[in-house]
Design a protein around this ligand. Structure first.
Ligand code: S5P
Length: 273
């Protein structure tokens, strides 16, 4: 029986995936020694670019929201400068035909620049069909939201199991989950169905100084997420850019701290230190 993927290095897991984005994420994490994704939920495009430039050296994936298409060239320039990928946290949740249009068209043309995006499994497998019709030919990857970080989330139990089953049917495009823990074997009919599988787990709800906000968000530390729960990538927003998106000088230092803690937890988990 092979060792569980979460005890293996990111580099050793590249061969478990056919999807180019999954391979690129694993390669970039290993090269940059970072399993940090910074989530930049700010409204001012200038703040967005400044924050991405500040955290770029410390991160391998940036999550981008709220921008116009004219920003894309600047974003692409920063991705090349700092060697990271984009994950547009779009949380698609509609019928296949509609999500295919949302993904390919409109002002954001997400599929044209974002390596990775995500979807709620609530509509069923048709959402994967719709998104993969656009993303797969471009080598893009998809995450399903199998669980959420919020208090009282409905994405639990049978819902989570169904999400994993849906992903298992579309391994070429669905490369992993937004979840709070590894999904190994969840919802599998027989143990052997899932013994060889590997999915990337990107986990939000990470904070070193706070346990949550006043709107249901719940935080845990990088160590809890990566070492204890086996997640692969920590998604950090306000823990890094705080309440003042203009405070770029402190943002880089905070990103470095999350990156160091996330990487130490990964090294400990995989027996590399
Ligand atoms: O369950 C989830 C899923 C996501 S993608 N919980 C989350 O918080 N997120 C996203 O992660 C959320 O939309 C936000 O962009 C980020 C967390 O931000 P923070 O400021 O709370 O760290």
């Amino acid at each position: 029986m092979p060792s569980s993927p979460h005890t293996q290095s990111y580099a050793a897991r590249i061969k478990h995936f056919t999807n180019p984005t999954a391979k690129l994420i694993l390669e970039t994490m290993e090269r940059k020694k970072s399993n940090l994704a910074v989530s930049v939920d700010v409204t001012d495009p200038n703040d967005l670019l400044a924050i991405i430039d500040a955290v770029g050296p410390h991160t391998h994936v940036d999550i981008v929201e709220n921008f116009s298409y004219s920003l894309i060239e600047s974003l692409q320039g920063l991705a090349a400068k700092h060697d990271f990928l984009y994950f547009e946290d779009r949380k698609f949740a509609d019928i296949g035909n509609t999500v295919a249009l949302q993904y390919s068209s409109g002002v954001h043309k997400i599929a044209s620049w974002s390596h990775l995006t995500n979807a709620h499994p609530v509509p069923g497998p048709s959402i994967i069909k719709g998104l993969s019709s656009v993303g797969l030919p471009l080598g893009r990857g998809l995450l399903l939201l199998a669980e959420m970080s919020t208090q009282g989330s409905l994405a639990v139990g049978a819902y989570t199991e169904e999400a994993v089953r849906m992903a298992r049917q579309h391994r070429d495009f669905v490369i992993g989950f937004i979840a709070q823990r590894r999904m190994d074997g969840i919802g599998a009919e027989k143990e052997e169905d899932a013994s060889e599988e590997d999915f990337l787990i990107l986990t939000p709800g990470i904070g070193l100084e706070s346990k949550g906000d006043n709107m249901g968000q719940q935080y845990r530390t990088p160590h809890e997420a990566v070492y204890v729960s086996g997640c692969d990538v920590i998604i950090v927003g306000r823990g890094i850019y705080g309440t003042d998106p203009k405070a770029v000088s402190t943002i880089a230092a905070k990103a470095e701290r999350y990156m160091a803690e996330g990487w130490a937890a990964y090294l400990a988990r995989t027996g590399q230190q």
